[in-house]
Design a binder for this molecule. Structure first.
Ligand code: SF4
Length: 324
């Protein structure tokens, strides 16, 4: 029996009004009919090019942004139907880590106060707060003398440790990380990823990791969702996606990873043209202007998401003929 989803989304839609030079305001499609679920204890990766809607999806799942349509469910109940008390509980149990943790830290607060804030809000007695603060700081690799310093005194990697520590202080069930290592040096990336993996075990976390780095997601995720221009085009376990992907966009993303030698990647698969503007989503399969396999039906009919194996699904009219 599959574990029940702790958090799920049904038919999320999100558009943003933007004003470009010489035009009146127009609507940019960030998400279009996005549905997904995370089972308890699962790590789900969200991948795709910049502008595909990954970060918007992360914020909506964390309850930081409202969708225009569709619903996010927490333990089976739509967020909109949670009582005020339950909403507060959801916000505490669902923590988010950002690409730039500096933006989420108060520059005038000492690190000890920033990390302790969720402990105070949760009503932890003052006597226990100091011990818990020291335990969390040690767990993420921050020394005791960091406690009295301010955010601008730290490097990017240390700030990310602080961001993780602050999230952990809320005793979360769900951790949503938006490009948590993309601005860090490679050696620091590995350290932060290892901290996240250890925290997942120590806190029994369910995690959603947004990244454009498929290799990182392959390393840490149970499943990966591939997004393109606001829609999900494929999802599946990493081993299966890297062995037998079922969508030309996934194939191109994997083939673009330097030095990766898999049966898929050895083929030269180039994306044609740049990512189209989300202000003007192509008809039919939105990937068709860049797809070297596109035929007439691709330009007119939106492909359904079809499940090909347990947990592995893709939205492509030609998936069977291309990938068997
Ligand atoms: Fe390419 Fe057509 Fe498949 Fe879209 S539906 S990915 S255009 S083959």
């Amino acid at each position: 029996m599959k574990p029940h989803p702790i958090i799920s989304a049904v038919d999320l839609q999100k558009k943003f009004k933007v004003t470009t030079r010489g035009h009146s305001s127009r609507l940019l499609t960030a998400l279009d009919r996005v549905s997904l679920h995370l089972s308890t204890g699962e790590t789900l990766g969200i991948a795709g090019e910049s502008g595909c809607g990954k970060s918007t999806l992360a914020k909506i799942m964390a309850g930081l942004l409202m969708p225009d349509a569709g619903k996010v469910h927490y333990n089976g109940t739509p967020l909109s139907q949670l009582s005020q008390h339950e909403k507060t509980f959801f916000r505490r149990k669902t923590q988010m880590i950002f690409q730039d943790p500096f933006s989420s830290l108060n520059p005038r607060m000492r690190i000890a106060d920033s990390i302790s804030e969720p402990l105070k809000i949760a009503g932890m007695p003052a006597l226990l707060q100091q011990a818990e603060l020291e335990r969390i700081m040690s767990a993420v690799g921050l020394s005791k003398d960091a406690a009295n310093r301010f955010p601008d005194e730290f490097s990017g990697g240390q700030r990310q440790r602080i961001g993780i520590a602050r999230a952990l202080a809320a005793s979360p069930e769900i951790l949503i990380a938006d490009e948590p290592v993309s601005s860090l040096d490679i050696s620091i990336q590995a350290q932060i990823i290892n901290i996240l993996l250890q925290m997942k075990i120590d806190y029994s976390l369910t995690m959603m990791i947004v990244s454009h780095n498929l290799l990182i997601l392959r390393h840490i995720c149970d499943r990966i969702i591939i997004m393109y221009l606001g829609s999900i085009v494929e999802c599946g376990p990493p081993a299966e996606l890297f062995k037998v992907c079922r969508h030309p966009y996934t194939e191109a993303l994997i083939a673009s990873i330097p030095g990766l030698h898999t049966s898929t990647a050895v083929k030269i698969v180039l994306l044609q043209d740049d990512l189209p503007s989300a202000l003007s989503i192509p008809s039919g399969c939105r990937f068709h202007p860049r797809c070297r396999h596109a035929i007439d039906i691709c330009r007119h009919e939106i492909p359904d998401m079809v499940e090909y194996a347990d947990g592995h699904a893709a939205a492509c009219h030609l998936s069977n003929s291309l990938y068997g």
